[in-house]
Design a protein around this ligand. Structure first.
Ligand code: UD1
Length: 374
């Protein structure tokens, strides 16, 4: 299969790649690809920003912190229902692909920009490369699970972060030689920027002296339903009696929280930039989150993570890492909080989460698109 993508021997043009990013958790995954390809005359990588996230705190600040190149195209798709947002991206990316004629489109993660980029490329017969392929929560009420399934159904090359993904893809009938373990690009960014983050002074700037916990919450299932949100808040209030909590609030959650009155020991913050958030994570005693990527970052940082969900698409963070599923009821969250203190997990870092994922992505690209000896 891979042979079909090999560049013709006579064609010395660089291999054109369109790399799609659009939402906050995409930016730290594409940055290491650009770093790995920088200065390599065999590749011409073009960044397309879909505009799914657009506030400076959700997008622009990440370009600054991660040293990402400015996008060649900004689609400004913006917010909307899933159909509107996905449809806008789909419509707006097609002319870019017609103009650029890439050999491949690279999509990352599981957001609406991921599935829209993959679908537009696939319909045009362009090779689709999915980074972070094969993760499954088995929960189709999660918009991200639909995005993962739909993207992987039309992907050509599957680049995976953990072995559970390989098993899932094989079960779904993907040919083994299309699956490549590259490790975790998000962890490349973490390792590259951790020292800088620790020196950012975010902890001193944003917290009072002493131990603290860090909270993030933005899944529709957790924050859009007032009863569910109240249940989680009631657990957080209880925990905050023992440990001050700092909570950078996602825009989706901000509007939902407006009516709640929270105790002084729960400190609401504006969304943080990449370096500030990394610094806050590294310094925290526990992280309570419903994010996907934060489960992985805490595992590498050795910080206990309580995932406020009933499932995770990243089981390696539970099996090897510091993550625990805490559920979403007051009782289950408080039980997990107590367990995390009485029997802390000695986490191990999963294989290939070593800072070398960008280079491994490049090796896969070379073997897929460049004939030997070129
Ligand atoms: C999206 C992703 C989710 C990811 C999350 C990270 C999908 C289906 N969801 O969820 O997987 O974990 O990003 O943040 O792709 N808003 C702003 N400013 C912005 C962006 C959004 O104010 O820059 C507000 C808007 O009111 C918007 C709402 O936040 O309607 C939700 O944004 P949206 O991109 O639809 O979904 P997220 O919850 O951010």
């Amino acid at each position: 299969m891979i042979q079909s993508y090999l560049r013709m021997a006579a064609n010395k043009m660089p291999v054109k790649l369109v790399i799609v990013a659009g939402a906050r958790p995409n930016f730290m995954k594409v940055a290491p690809i650009f770093a790995a390809l920088a200065g390599d005359a065999d590749f011409d990588a073009v960044l397309v920003h879909t505009g799914q996230h657009y506030d400076h705190a959700m997008s622009g600040s990440f370009f600054d912190d991660l040293g990402l190149p400015q996008p060649k195209y900004h689609l400004e798709a913006g917010s909307g229902s899933h159909a509107q947002q996905t449809g806008e991206i789909l419509k707006r990316i097609e002319p870019v692909l017609i103009a650029e004629k890439p050999a491949a489109v690279i999509v990352v993660g599981d957001v609406n920009s991921t599935v829209a980029g993959a679908l537009a490329a696939s319909k045009m017969g362009i090779c689709v490369i999915h980074i972070e392929a094969g993760l499954r929560s088995w929960d189709r009420t999660m918009p991200e699970e639909i995005n993962r399934l739909a993207t992987d159904a039309i992907t050509d090359l599957y680049l995976i972060t953990e072995e559970s993904a390989r098993r899932n893809l094989l079960r779904e009938g993907v040919q083994p030689d299309r699956i490549h373990m590259v490790g975790n690009l998000m962890i490349d960014s973490l390792r590259r920027h951790l020292d800088q983050a620790l020196q950012s002074g975010a902890r001193e700037r944003l917290t009072r002296p002493g131990p603290y916990g860090l909270v993030t919450l933005h899944r529709p299932a957790n924050v859009d339903n007032p009863e569910q949100l109240t249940e989680i808040l009631s657990a957080l209030v209880e925990i905050s009696k023992e440990l001050p909590l700092y909570w950078p609030v996602h825009p989706r959650t901000r509007t939902r929280l407006a009516a709640s009155s929270l105790p002084d020991n729960i400190h609401l913050l504006e969304p943080l930039g990449y370096l500030d958030f990394l610094c806050m994570q590294a310094g925290s005693s526990v992280v309570l989150t419903d994010s996907g990527g934060i489960q992985e970052e805490t595992t590498v940082l050795g910080v206990p993570c309580l995932t406020l969900r009933d499932n995770t698409e990243r089981p390696v963070t539970i099996d090897s890492g510091t993550n625990r599923l805490a559920g979403t009821t007051r009782e289950s969250i408080l039980r997990a909080w107590n367990e995390s203190r009485t029997s802390p997990k000695q986490g191990m870092i999963p294989p290939y989460w070593d800072g070398g994922a960008g280079q491994r992505v490049k090796l896969v690209l070379r073997s897929a698109f460049l004939t030997e000896g070129q």
